[in-house]
Write a protein of this length. Structure first.
Length: 255
């Protein structure tokens, strides 16, 4: 019996970390499974269109797939709804408010503590501070440091592949810009807006590739867009998604 439980636990762990999918007509629905002690199955569609399925511990894959198939029309409706929205990436550091991080929405929870740090678990950011008035400054510092780290991690394999055929600068820079996600100067200095940390990874990849292409073609002419399409064939879909995220009071129309 103990061995059986250990095998089940291992299998659940494997399934939990995998991206599953079903086919519905000509479309494919990708979803992540979350096992819990709940007694019923549930489905959640996030603003980034990620599908999460919460299920009781011993639910079989066959049951899960049947449930997702049954809810397919509802899932498509939710995803289409999120496609119509613009997302405001401004935020206030108050308990109960929310913030976008890599395209997903997280709730903010502030607690008084002897130590001061930021952590995130599930769908929330936990900001621990000695005084509530310290929360904004602490979180600003945390997300900017996190942005530089995460965007650099995303950029590294992309610049490595690009460098095989083209010369690129050895350093990338970060600076908050009110109307730009990124920039490539006449001297080939690559600059990225740390607020990119709020948008989905695929959008960040698009901005990085866009600026890398400016190392070769400085202007938004046919040669530039042909080159961008060669390097990233689905860039237009990524750009459409990026355009739904707003900072300040305007939508960043990234060409």
């Amino acid at each position: 019996m103990k061995l059986q439980k250990n095998v089940l636990k291992l299998q659940l762990q494997i399934n939990r970390n995998m991206l599953h999918f079903i086919e519905f007509g000509s479309k494919k629905i990708e979803f992540i499974i979350k096992y819990s002690t709940r007694k019923t199955l549930g489905i959640k569609v996030s603003p980034d269109k990620t599908v999460k399925v919460s299920v009781p511990l011993e639910t079989s894959m066959e049951e899960i797939e049947k449930w997702v198939y049954k809810k397919a029309i509802w899932i498509f409706k939710q995803q289409n709804y999120f496609d119509t929205l613009d997302y405001d990436i401004n935020y206030k550091i108050k308990s109960g408010y929310s913030i976008f991080y890599l395209g997903r929405q997280y709730k903010i929870n502030i607690e008084i503590s002897k130590k001061e740090d930021v952590s995130y678990l599930g769908n929330q950011f936990l900001i621990s501070v000695k005084k509530k008035e310290n929360a904004t400054q602490l979180f600003e510092k945390w997300w900017k440091e996190r942005a530089i780290q995460k965007i650099s991690e995303i950029a590294l394999p992309m610049t490595y592949r690009f460098e095989k055929n083209h010369q690129i600068p050895s350093i990338i820079y970060f600076r908050e810009m009110p109307t730009r996600w990124g920039s490539c100067t006449v001297k080939n200095k690559l600059i990225f807006n740390p607020r990119l940390i709020h948008v989905p990874k695929r959008c960040i990849e698009y901005v990085i590739m866009h600026e890398l292409c400016h190392l070769i073609h400085k202007h938004h002419n046919k040669d530039f867009f042909d080159f961008l399409t060669l390097k990233m064939p689905d860039w237009e879909k990524r750009k459409q998604r990026l355009d739904k995220y707003r900072q300040s009071k305007e939508i960043l129309n990234y060409k």
